[in-house]
Design a protein around this ligand. Structure first.
Ligand code: HEC
Ligand code: HEC
Length: 137
């Protein structure tokens, strides 16, 4: 693949294919297809200890902002039981700096999607031979 691209444009990406594909930097390439989120699957098991569990449901239109946190409407300790959702774990109440247990969700855990992502039917971007830790096999 690379040789031709290299000759055509010795600057640019130098014929190297990245996660963005073989597109030159200045080229506007078509957006990737939207990922498919299979419905009705259970929570996929963790691959390592302390992995943030994947989100087994759609999160479309769930606002997480300064003003509102839709996730907590179901997952907070206050609402989880009524909503039939898993409670956020105790670690989400611990302040990472002082290790104190707070009376409400730690600000460091407020933006849920920093760590939790929906379960997409997606190929790994980079081939790898990662294996689940033995304790979880
Ligand atoms: C309308 C209620 C509701 C909202 C809103 C909601 N969830 Fe959930 N969530 C659930 C329920 C119920 C489950 C239990 C699994 C199931 O049946 O889908 C769940 C499961 C999960 C799990 C898997 C927990 C486990 O058992 O390992 C994660 C992680 C999660 N949700 C994260 C989120 C995040 C992040 C948001 C916000 C973007 C969110 N949820 C918004 C109801 C909700
Ligand atoms: C800094 C990363 C991080 C953020 C931010 C975060 N979580 Fe988590 N979450 C984790 C990790 C790691 C675990 C698994 C270990 C644990 O329980 O602490 C987890 C566990 C969970 C679980 C499963 C609890 C159980 O008992 O199995 C739920 C539900 C959850 N998080 C929901 C949320 C919601 C909702 C938010 C936003 C309000 C959020 N998390 C924010 C990292 C995070």
């Amino acid at each position: 693949m690379a040789a031709a691209a290299k000759l055509d444009n010795p600057g640019g990406i130098g014929g190297l294919e990245s996660l963005r594909g073989l597109a030159e930097i200045e080229a506007t390439r078509p957006a990737d297809l939207m990922k498919h989120y299979p419905k009705d699957q259970g929570v996929i098991d963790s691959d390592y200890v302390y992995q943030p569990p994947l989100i087994p449901h759609s999160i479309r239109h769930y606002e997480v902002s300064l003003n509102a946190n839709k996730c907590l409407a179901c997952h907070s300790w206050k609402n989880a039981k009524e909503m039939g959702a898993t409670k956020i774990s105790v670690t989400h109440y611990v302040s990472p700096q002082q290790g104190q247990v707070l009376s409400d969700v730690s600000p460091s855990r407020y933006f849920c999607l920093q760590c939790h992502v929906p379960q997409a039917d997606a190929k790994p971007l980079v081939e790898n031979d990662f294996k689940r830790v033995s304790a979880l096999r």
